[in-house]
Design a protein around this ligand. Structure first.
Ligand SMILES: Nc1ncnc2c1ncn2[C@@H]1O[C@H](COP(=O)(O)OP(=O)(O)OP(=O)(O)O)[C@@H](O)[C@H]1O
Ligand SMILES: [Mg+2]
Length: 431
């Protein structure tokens, strides 16, 4: 970023708070407070004039409140990244602020470290945004990394930054619904990408005799016969590539910290194999963003981002969307799935979609169906076909097929480089 300083505007009606923030920031050599405002109106005005990189915005302001001011600044100065400052317990406001386009939150009084780190983080996001908007930028676009010749299939990765929100449920039911919809003429596979604690086998009530571990050590000789021999068929017609029987077996091929380059290479080769045999491969990924998960996400044509209507989910999903931007994933590559969509959490679906992206599907919560699925291994989409939850998966499958067919039409477009993604990620996460 060169010697450019991060230009910050502070909006708070209390003079002492403004002064404290300014003092805290005076210790950061890379941050400069370019202005302070005591009201929302003044904040919007100064944002227009000063075009700051970052705005620190109090929620409770006399006159125009911080949320309305945030909305206006987002609209008029889209490059400005807004951090909301709130006192504990203002979560109701925070929801609204997030929907208004705020990037992050800090609880008053923030520590100096927290404040600086948040400013630097949102600044980086803003810079990436600017780079994307620049006409001559070389950011990759289009569906991610196509492997060498022979591939026909498309990859759908189901991911959530949070565990336990329903990724496996979505992956399993989507695969079954896709197969049902496509009929016997087309082949659908599911891969359990959660190598250490995968649940796909249990959710489909499959006895695993072979797993991805059997393939991973023999990727050099991978062919149709070998692939077929390790896949487990399910009565719905889909084939499953299951997770290893225990975490140690997974470690043996993916590396001790679940993220070696060699592990990724092997998984890449397995994906190549699967995609040359199947029309659609659904992969259930782990919530952890390591090398392996990124291999799946990079290679995916479509990433289904699963959230439930809870603030931490939405916040993490937002961070993921920002990361996806920095990785050069086009927004069309991501489909939002709101699970437990009918749960009364105080968050409306339209608010979530405004804070994130429009959803591809809303999946209602059905406790009984969930228990049957988990404990008897019977997919919701077949067991509860007539219930709203079953219908929701059918709807999701239709949405996924439609999105994938759009990609097929633009298949010849440029391909992003996975190398570029890695570099950007390294910068984004400081690894
Ligand atoms: N829409 C739903 N209605 C009812 N139960 C559901 C629904 N979605 C998920 N469940 C249940 O919630 C539990 C957690 O779901 P699941 O295992 O799919 O989540 P996950 O994101 O894969 O979790 P993990 O992080 O452990 O892999 C399961 O018992 C599942 O049956
Ligand atoms: Mg899971």
């Amino acid at each position: 970023m060169g010697a450019e300083k991060i230009r910050v505007l502070i909006v708070d009606d209390i003079a002492e708070t403004r002064e404290n923030l300014r003092k805290l920031l005076s210790f950061a050599p890379d941050i400069e407070v370019v202005g302070t405002a005591a009201t929302g109106e003044e904040g919007v005005q100064l944002a227009r004039e000063l075009v700051p990189h970052v705005v620190i915005m109090d929620i409770n302001l006399p006159g125009m409140d911080g949320i309305t001011a945030t909305e206006q600044i987002v609209r008029e100065v889209p490059t400005a990244q807004i951090i909301i400052l709130s006192v504990q317990g203002e979560t109701g406001y925070m929801r609204r602020a997030m929907a208004a386009g705020a990037r992050d939150f800090l609880v008053k009084p923030p520590s100096g470290d927290e404040l600086m780190a948040t400013i630097r983080r949102v600044y980086e996001i803003g810079q990436a945004q600017v780079a994307r908007m620049a006409p001559l930028q070389a950011a990759p676009t289009g569906p991610a990394g196509r492997p060498a010749a022979g591939r026909q299939g498309q990859l759908v990765a189901v991911f959530s930054p949070k565990g336990g929100v329903g990724c496996t449920t979505v992956a399993v039911n989507l695969a079954v619904a896709l197969q049902t919809r496509l009929g016997v003429g087309q082949k659908v596979a599911i891969m359990d990408g959660s190598f250490q604690f995968g649940d796909v086998g249990v959710m489909l009530n499959l006895q695993a005799t072979r797993s991805v571990a059997d393939l991973a050590v023999r990727v050099e000789e991978l062919d149709t016969d070998l692939l077929t021999s390790v896949l487990t068929p399910h009565p719905s017609g889909i084939k499953a590539l299951l997770a290893p029987p225990n975490p140690e077996a997974a470690e043996a091929f993916i590396g001790a910290d679940s993220g070696t380059a060699e592990g990724s290479r092997r998984i890449g080769a397995i994906l190549d194999g699967l995609l040359s045999e199947f029309d659609i491969v659904v992969v259930d990924t782990w919530s952890m963003l390591n090398e392996l998960t990124l291999t799946f996400l990079d290679r995916a044509d479509l990433i289904l981002l699963v959230v439930t209507p809870l603030i931490p989910d939405i916040k993490d999903a937002r961070h993921f969307l920002e990361l996806a931007d920095r990785l050069g994933y086009p927004r069309t590559k991501i489909g939002l799935v709101i699970n437990h969509s009918d749960r009364r959490t105080g968050l409306r679906l339209d608010q979530i979609e405004r804070a994130l992206i429009p959803a591809l599907a809303h999946i209602p919560y059905d406790e009984r169906a969930g228990i049957v699925a988990a404990n008897r291994g019977l997919p919701i989409v077949t067991e509860e076909a007539s219930k709203p939850v079953g219908q929701a998966f059918v709807h999701l499958a239709a949405g996924v097929l439609e999105r994938l067919s759009q990609f097929r039409k633009t298949e010849e477009e440029e391909e992003p480089s996975v190398e570029v993604s890695r570099r950007l990620l390294g910068r984004a996460l400081g690894i």
